[in-house]
Design a protein around this ligand. Structure first.
Ligand SMILES: NC(=O)c1ccc[n+]([C@@H]2O[C@H](COP(=O)([O-])OP(=O)(O)OC[C@H]3O[C@@H](n4cnc5c(N)ncnc54)[C@H](OP(=O)(O)O)[C@@H]3O)[C@@H](O)[C@H]2O)c1
Length: 299
């Protein structure tokens, strides 16, 4: 039986490099993205990396929870039909928005960085459990450090600052990752967070140049902040993919779960706020309320 992996947002940036690394490690890799042209190019590169394990592209806009549900159904049905285990799920999708946007009535960065990977993971748990030993890798960010660690509501009060809202959604996802690892203890499904550090990608090129993404206090220091952003996101995506590849494949992690793989591709301590059980409870309540696993017909 072949090992299989799904990488979301796997047709470009860090996700594509992760997909190539997993293909090189012998996985049959499915990449998910919106653009069919980029999907075809990614599949060709996967094929060139490991001709014995052709890649596959599935189209989904992961900003749409309905499309996440449909994607999960397709993946689960394919694994049930083929009998191949779902060995690795890399939730790599992420996005930062310079201006506030709503998606189905919920602030967009919370949807893309947390609710979408949360929902895909929950819906694929039966397939991942059937495929055990299997691994879930959730891609996190150092931006968790600028987040307001309060989750009474999707959004904290006050003005919108894209970098901080992105960090807060990533913090929700990190708390979920650690909570899920505890929940899945004994099932053979391990759960990791991977922090890529930084890389020059479509995401960073498109957003980190606008001072409005940071709070007014940080805006006063914008030249310094911008230089810091430029420095930390100047590296190649291939290096930033290493933490995800290590989390998904390293045999030394076989008996571990609920750990964070840092930018240097080894285990680091999790950001403290993400280990708070009350915070994880609040995130769970928000996730269940805003990303139900099934939607009633006609809703
Ligand atoms: N880059 C950094 O410095 C950095 C630092 C810390 C953490 N991260 C995290 O690392 C992960 C990857 O980041 P990245 O910089 O490589 O991002 P990126 O440049 O935006 O990634 C591009 C990939 O994302 C796909 N994508 C974007 N939005 C999508 C959507 N709504 N639905 C489906 N696919 C979508 C694109 O495919 P299509 O356009 O075809 O849809 C493409 O495959 C994210 O979780 C990010 O938060 C990045």
């Amino acid at each position: 039986m072949k090992k299989t992996a799904v990488v979301t947002a796997g047709t470009g940036g860090i996700g594509l490099e992760t997909a190539l690394g997993l293909a090189a490690a012998g996985f049959a890799v499915t990449v998910v993205g919106r653009d069919a042209g980029r999907g075809a190019e990614a599949v060709a590169r996967i094929q060139a990396t490991n001709p014995a394990r052709p890649g596959r592209f599935l189209s989904a806009d992961l900003a749409s929870l309905d499309q996440v549900r449909a994607l999960a159904e397709t993946i689960a049905a394919d694994h049930a039909a083929s009998g191949d285990p779902l060995t690795v799920l890399v939730n790599n999708v992420g996005a930062m928005f310079a201006r506030r946007q709503d998606l189905g009535g919920v602030e967009a960065s919370f949807v893309v960085n947390h609710l979408s990977p949360y929902l895909l993971t929950e819906l694929l748990l039966p397939a991942l459990t059937a495929g055990a030993p299997s691994r879930i890798v959730n891609v996190t960010s150092g931006a968790v450090a600028v987040a307001k660690p309060v989750f009474d509501a999707v959004e904290p009060p006050g003005g919108y600052y894209g970098f901080h809202w992105y960090g807060r959604a990533k913090l929700a996802n990190l708390a979920y990752t650690l909570d899920l690892a505890a929940r899945l203890d004994g099932t053979g499904v391990s759960v990791f967070a991977a922090d890529p550090g930084g890389a020059a990608t479509a995401m960073t090129d498109g957003t980190l140049t606008d001072p409005k993404i940071v709070s007014p206090a940080l805006r006063l220091l914008w030249p310094l902040v911008r230089r810091r952003f430029e420095r930390s996101t100047s590296g190649p995506a291939s290096v930033a993919a290493r933490p995800s590849i290590v989390a998904a494949t390293d045999a030394a992690l076989a008996r571990r779960s609920g750990v964070v793989i840092g930018p240097a591709a080894h285990v680091v301590d999790p950001f403290r706020a993400a280990t708070d059980a009350r915070l994880a409870d609040a995130v769970r309540r928000l996730s269940e309320a805003h990303a139900p696993l099934a939607v009633a017909a006609g809703a």
